[in-house]
Design a protein around this ligand. Structure first.
Ligand SMILES: *[C@@H]1O[C@H](CO)[C@@H](O)[C@H](O)[C@H]1NC(C)=O
Ligand SMILES: *[C@@H]1O[C@H](CO)[C@@H](O)[C@H](O)[C@H]1NC(C)=O
Ligand SMILES: *[C@@H]1O[C@H](CO)[C@@H](O)[C@H](O)[C@H]1NC(C)=O
Ligand SMILES: *[C@@H]1O[C@H](CO)[C@@H](O)[C@H](O)[C@H]1NC(C)=O
Ligand SMILES: *[C@@H]1O[C@H](CO)[C@@H](O)[C@H](O)[C@H]1NC(C)=O
Ligand SMILES: *[C@@H]1O[C@H](CO)[C@@H](O)[C@H](O)[C@H]1NC(C)=O
Ligand SMILES: *[C@@H]1O[C@H](CO)[C@@H](O)[C@H](O)[C@H]1NC(C)=O
Ligand SMILES: *[C@@H]1O[C@H](CO)[C@@H](O)[C@H](O)[C@H]1NC(C)=O
Ligand SMILES: *[C@@H]1O[C@H](CO)[C@@H](O)[C@H](O)[C@H]1NC(C)=O
Length: 421
């Protein structure tokens, strides 16, 4: 390997020199797979360092790459990634807990991150990222804030990217994360995380969000499908100008804004969000906003609160919902996951504000066992909850009765959500 290096390097240099004068042939790296149980990550790193600028990186079809060490694929520029094959993460939880790439928000840990500019990742309908998440679902059972669960796919500090036509299965944590990135198109992505143990422990898919945006701007997520155990899409703090269109979600927690206000004194902004043509099957919530308690109690990732900020210009429209267990149209204040001794919501008003948030054209029906509240807007009496509107919310009970509307402490609405002004 050592001896080969100078030769390869010389070849690469020749290619680059060539590429300067000629637009093609493209500088291409086809990644070999060891197929003997050893780590393929070094070969992946090498391919990206050689062909990650003005080049093409190919994961071969019908080939499984074992990923046993964290991938930080940085400084990419104008690269096409053809992900025909499968990336399979190792299940060495001890390794991943210690070595994922860290990001401060909820102390997340990333197994593979791409950064740079002008990146296209195309799975051509066969590309697969397999997080082998069962070990994480089992380990995290009852340990909500378990540190180090690896995020299998992250665009971090990316400008101008397309990610399309691949699937992520058995994600150890949130599936597809966009972090401090902008101008991203996500198209035709399939996400699927299911647990062997789901019947006995439905809680153990907690934290397997589908798509998450954090401190990111100008993103479209379209024509995609997910079966995940937590939010199907979550617009986390700093999400602006995001469009979700034509998305189907099974067994998820719904389409969420938040959690917001988790970090004391920090201003969270979510602005210009549209989610339309969304189908939710067996979801917990529909389209909802969650904010933390207004006074910090314990610390993130589970505890926290006392942040501020705002949510404005949000459209949730054309939702079809079947068999939902909580409310299709929902505001949840005073979110908290730190367990006991959390102060009553009424005593700790969240300090953020809302404006111009609308829900319209929701159809479908609710789960037979629980919930008939089509709308549930429950705000702290000390908070200023205003700027909400709804139209044509027609999600029925499982028996076909109209769903009920319930509003508490919402400016402009009485308790039955009738307009008061
Ligand atoms: C998690 O983040 C908090 C700050 O929110 C920090 O105090 C703590 O040290 C972090 N934990 C780890 C394991 O990095
Ligand atoms: C879109 O995704 C589906 C399901 O993964 C796949 O069958 C199809 O080939 C993809 N489309 C393209 C253009 O790759
Ligand atoms: C938003 O991102 C898309 C790529 O998805 C790009 O075509 C468009 O120019 C960007 N818009 C702005 C205002 O930068
Ligand atoms: C919606 O997305 C699905 C893939 O999940 C695709 O098959 C379908 O053609 C898309 N519909 C439209 C109207 O684009
Ligand atoms: C939100 O959209 C409005 C209207 O298009 C625009 O003026 C504003 O700058 C956008 N906000 C952000 C944070 O981009
Ligand atoms: C409300 O938000 C929508 C969606 O972002 C936007 O199109 C509209 O201009 C906003 N209305 C006002 C009054 O800001
Ligand atoms: C309402 O949403 C459904 C999808 O759930 C869509 O088919 C229908 O066209 C929408 N109706 C209007 C009036 O936009
Ligand atoms: C609704 O979901 C429950 C599980 O929460 C399931 O047992 C039931 O079969 C589902 N009903 C329909 C009509 O899909
Ligand atoms: C149920 O709601 C529909 C509108 O979605 C309304 O026309 C109808 O009168 C309601 N039925 C009852 C019994 O309230």
């Amino acid at each position: 390997m050592k001896l080969l290096r100078p030769v390869l390097w010389a070849l690469t240099t020749a290619f680059v020199a060539n590429a300067h004068s000629l637009p093609s042939p493209q500088h291409t790296c086809v990644i070999p797979a060891l197929k003997d149980g050893r780590d393929d990550a070094p070969a992946i790193r090498e391919a990206f360092s050689k062909c990650g600028n003005n080049g093409k990186v190919v994961f071969q079809k019908d080939t499984t790459y074992s990923v046993q060490t964290a991938l930080q694929l940085h400084n990419l520029k104008n690269v096409q990634v053809d992900l025909f094959g499968t990336l399979e993460y190792s299940t060495d939880v001890r390794y991943w807990i210690l070595h994922g790439s860290y990001y401060y928000f909820q102390n997340i840990s990333i197994a593979m991150e791409f950064s740079g500019e002008d990146i296209t990742i195309d799975g051509h309908g066969s590309g697969t990222i397999d997080g082998q998440g069962q070990v994480w679902y089992d380990l995290a059972l009852g340990v909500g804030g378990l540190y180090g669960r690896p995020i299998p796919f992250c665009l971090r500090n990316v400008k101008n990217a397309v990610a399309k036509n691949f699937q992520i299965v058995q994600s150890g944590k949130w599936n597809f994360v966009m972090l401090e990135s902008q101008n991203i198109l996500v198209d035709n992505i399939t996400l699927s995380s299911t647990s062997d143990d789901f019947q006995a422990n439905p809680g153990n898919l907690g934290n397997t969000d589908g798509f998450d945006t954090i401190n990111s701007n100008n993103i479209t997520i379209q024509n995609s499908w997910a079966n995940v155990g937590d939010d199907c899409v979550s617009f986390k703090p700093g999400s602006t100008n995001i469009h979700v269109k034509n998305l189907t979600c099974y067994n998820s927690a719904g389409i969420a804004i938040g959690s917001l206000g988790q970090y004391e004194g920090v201003r969270d902004v979510v602005e210009n969000i549209t989610a339309e043509d969304v189908s939710l099957y067996g979801s917990r919530n529909g389209a909802y906003i969650k904010t933390y308690v207004g006074k910090r109690t314990y610390w993130p990732p589970q505890g926290g609160g006392g942040g501020n900020g705002y949510v404005r210009n949000v459209v949730f429209k054309n939702f079809h919902i079947e068999n939902i267990t909580a409310s299709p149209v929902l505001i949840q204040q005073c979110t908290h996951w730190a367990g006991y001794n959390v102060p009553a919501c009424a005593d700790t008003p969240p300090t953020g504000f809302f404006s111009n948030i609308s829900w319209s054209n929701f159809t479908g029906y609710m789960n037979e066992k629980v919930g008939t509240k089509a709308i549930s807007w429950t705000c702290s009496p000390l908070a200023t909850c205003e700027g909400f509107s709804f139209k044509d919310i027609d999600v029925k009970s499982s028996t076909g009765a109209n769903g009920t509307y319930s509003c508490t402490n919402v400016v402009g609405y009485n308790s039955a959500c009738q307009k008061t002004n």
